[in-house]
Design a protein around this ligand. Structure first.
Ligand code: NG6
Ligand code: CA
Length: 496
């Protein structure tokens, strides 16, 4: 009897050890949310209690970067562990682009799968689908399922790009075969009204571009016809995808799972559900921040109910910096009224300045990670190698080539992450020690559509971020040796 009892004690110990080694991992990736957009990072005009709670229960990082200042390259890096600027075709994609991640490439999802995880992506994809000339009315592949995800429920590109439908696994959701979908980014299709010709039909008007096919009273980028029964309702996107994320958690609660939950909030068009509309002083942009916070709360509530909190590591972060007017007249600029989306950082989405890629980043794992702030340097590209380490996976040569294992920093066991950060917008920049160097670039100073300062300059730029976090004083002339040193270092990293 004693032997049997000790056998069971050992078994329970072994099982709980297994559970510790293989916690569930949830990455919640918001869209276009700035360093200063949530209250735990200093916002005062809006309260984000659920995100704040993650931060106060977990580790709040102040020096974490997305690799890039726009969506597609940033997500490419997160999933592959490879800098997007190493590969052509990783810029912001149209909604009919082919899948840009080769199906024979290791991804964070294939890594988790090898470690025995159930894997899913729910929400915004924006990495292309199919092999070219995709027929949206047939099997949609290759896509997430061909690069390591067991399940997907996605928006193919962005909320402002056609087709405005969800794809679940290999199929458009709710498609009526008698009303096939056609998509074009070159010329109008069918006789669907457009924002350009029928502005009287719009409930939200474009400020830049976004004047092609009208879906739900909002004109988009690109033309689409058909698929009427499959079109999403913008007000319901957050509810729909959060619901799918919750379903996946519940279905997979007894095995380790990896959930990549990419919210549509707070990207344009910002169309909050009526229960959030008008609830902030900042207009639609503020309302969708509340909606995002609700989604985070709903995920945590599910984990609590399913008793998964002790066994789930949650990351909350974002794909790139903030923007106010990103192409629709939603009064974001006017109603910001002193709110600083990027906090004290300069620039925002699209920018070489810190506002482009330095983003909120919170890691929470109840009982395992102590509540604290961390100034460890991490790039989102490091999640691949770090989670490989956490789950005991070794990486093959060539896998996640730019990803560094910073697991001790992610778990709060060390204040040291990586010793440099590469930032990618119009230029490629590097942070090392107190310095930030921006490679000369003849591009425009401001984004024409958004007004964001892009940080392009034909001259080298060097900032001392310790003394000048707002990147106001270019010290390149004063310290040519440091410029040379950083420029050489970057060239080497780039393989030039
Ligand atoms: C820009 C769009 C912007 C947004 C962005 C991609 C215009 C004028 N602007 O070209 O609205 O869609 O692309 O955003 O069309 S991202 O977050 O997916 O990178
Ligand atoms: Ca984005």
């Amino acid at each position: 009897m004693k032997k049997i009892i000790s056998f069971f004690v050992l078994l329970v110990a072994a099982l709980s050890c297994f559970a510790e080694d293989k916690p569930n991992i949830i990455i919640i990736l918001a869209d276009d949310l700035g360093y200063g957009d949530v209250s735990c990072y200093g916002a005062t005009k809006i309260k984000t209690p659920n995100i704040d709670k993650l931060a106060s229960d977990g580790l709040r990082f102040i020096n974490v970067h997305a690799t890039s200042a726009t969506c597609t390259p940033s997500r490419y890096a997160l999933l592959t562990g490879e800098y997007p600027w190493r590969k052509k075709g990783t810029g912001v994609l149209p909604g009919n682009a082919s899948l840009i991640i080769p199906t024979n490439k290791s991804t964070i999802a294939t890594m988790f799968k090898k470690a025995g995880y159930a894997t899913a992506v729910v929400g915004k994809w924006h990495l292309g689908l199919g092999n070219g000339n995709l027929d949206w009315n047939r099997e949609i592949k290759p896509g997430p399922l061909e690069i390591g995800f067991d399940y997907c429920f996605i928006m193919p590109a962005t909320g402002d790009r056609v087709p405005c439908v969800f794809v679940e696994d290999h199929k458009v959701v709710g498609l009526d075969p008698n009303d096939p979908i056609q998509v074009s980014y070159d010329k109008p299709i069918g006789n669907e009204p457009t924002g350009k010709n029928n502005p009287e039909l719009l409930k939200l008007h474009p400020s830049h571009g976004h004047d092609q096919t009208i879906i739900n009273g909002i004109s988009r980028i690109g033309y689409m016809s058909g698929g009427k029964s499959a079109r999403w309702i913008d007000e319901d996107i957050a509810d729909t995808i959060t619901g799918k994320a919750i379903d996946f958690i519940k279905k997979n609660k007894s095995k380790p799972f990896f959930l990549y939950f990419a919210t549509h909030d707070i990207h344009v068009p910002r169309v909050p559900h009526p229960r959030f509309a008008g609830k902030t002083v900042m207009g639609a942009r503020g309302d969708v921040i509340l909606q995002l916070d609700w989604s985070v709360g709903a995920i945590v509530k599910t984990l609590e109910e399913q008793k998964l909190m002790e066994n789930t590591l949650i990351i909350f972060t974002c794909d790139n910096g903030p923007v106010l007017d990103d192409g629709y007249k939603d009064r974001a600029v006017e109603l910001a009224d002193g709110h600083k989306p990027a906090g004290e950082l300069r620039g925002g989405k699209y920018s070489n300045f810190e506002g482009g890629t330095r983003i909120p980043f919170i890691v929470m794992w109840r009982g395992k990670i102590k509540s604290a702030n961390s100034d460890a340097w991490v790039s989102q590209i490091d999640l691949f190698a770090s989670f490989a380490a956490l789950t005991g996976q070794s990486l093959n040569k060539g896998d996640a080539p730019d990803s560094i294992n910073v697991l001790p920093a992610l778990l709060g066991n060390s204040q040291k992450g990586r010793d440099h950060i590469v930032e990618h917008a119009g230029s490629i920049s590097i942070r090392r020690n107190e310095w930030k160097y921006i490679t000369p670039n003849k591009g425009a100073k401001f984004n024409k559509a958004t007004g964001t300062e892009l940080g392009n300059d034909p001259q080298p730029q060097l900032y001392n971020l310790k003394e000048d976090i707002g990147e106001q004083r270019n010290l390149a002339d004063k310290y040519p040796d440091i410029v040379k040193e950083l420029s050489d270092y970057l060239q080497k990293l780039r393989g030039l």
